[in-house]
Write a protein that binds this ligand. Structure first.
Ligand code: SF4
Length: 189
């Protein structure tokens, strides 16, 4: 989709139908705690830019969540800069690229952090519980678990894609934004 076509009001829906797990986990953690640590904000913020969320909408999205637990002044002082930075509007004015699977899989999330790739970084029981809660069928969960055991994280991600798209396959997941785009095509959006 071209910039601006993705509305932030629809992100809850998209997170269920078109996000890869790495972004779904971040979105849910943000909604639940109204906060994400630095690396999570980067991983998710750049993904949002990549799917076409405008800077203005991104600012509104992060401000609405963060100001549930902090006042607007603190948000403006400590976080608004980083949102603009993601869009190349601060600092070196680099137009930062959303992270690829390789980069995300190689990250090292610590306690209390939700970035990274769930297939690589989540405890296997927690992953299975999440997939069950999302309504993924037992046979898909079994296939995904086997792939994760063999360290085939991106193949497992492709299986997850298939499970939420009525069996339609992806072309091979290399990038969370590619997952999203192929999902939108599969859903006919
Ligand atoms: Fe995200 Fe890539 Fe991991 Fe899928 S394989 S959850 S897109 S990092």
């Amino acid at each position: 989709p071209r910039g601006g076509e993705i509305q932030i009001e629809d992100l809850d829906k998209h997170s269920k139908t078109s996000y890869p797990l790495c972004m779904r986990f971040l979105h849910e953690a943000l909604r639940a705690s109204h906060h994400l640590r630095h690396n999570g904000r980067l991983q998710y913020g750049l993904f949002l830019k990549g799917i076409g969320v405008t800077l203005q909408d991104a600012m509104r999205f992060w401000r609405d969540e963060f100001t549930r637990i902090m006042d607007v002044d603190k948000f403006e002082k400590e976080h608004a800069y980083n949102v603009r930075y993601n869009y190349g509007q601060e600092g070196k004015r680099t137009n930062y690229t959303p992270y690829s699977c390789m980069k995300i899989i190689c990250s090292t999330p610590g306690a209390g952090e939700y970035h990274g790739c769930p297939f690589k970084h989540s405890d296997s029981k927690i992953l299975v519980n999440k997939l069950q809660a999302y309504g993924i069928s037992t046979s898909y969960i079994a296939e995904i678990s086997e792939l994760v055991k063999g360290n085939h994280y991106q193949v497992a991600c492709g299986k997850y894609f298939q499970s939420i798209h009525g069996g339609k396959t992806s072309s091979g997941i290399q990038h969370p934004n590619q997952f999203f785009e192929e999902s939108q095509v599969a859903l006919g959006n």
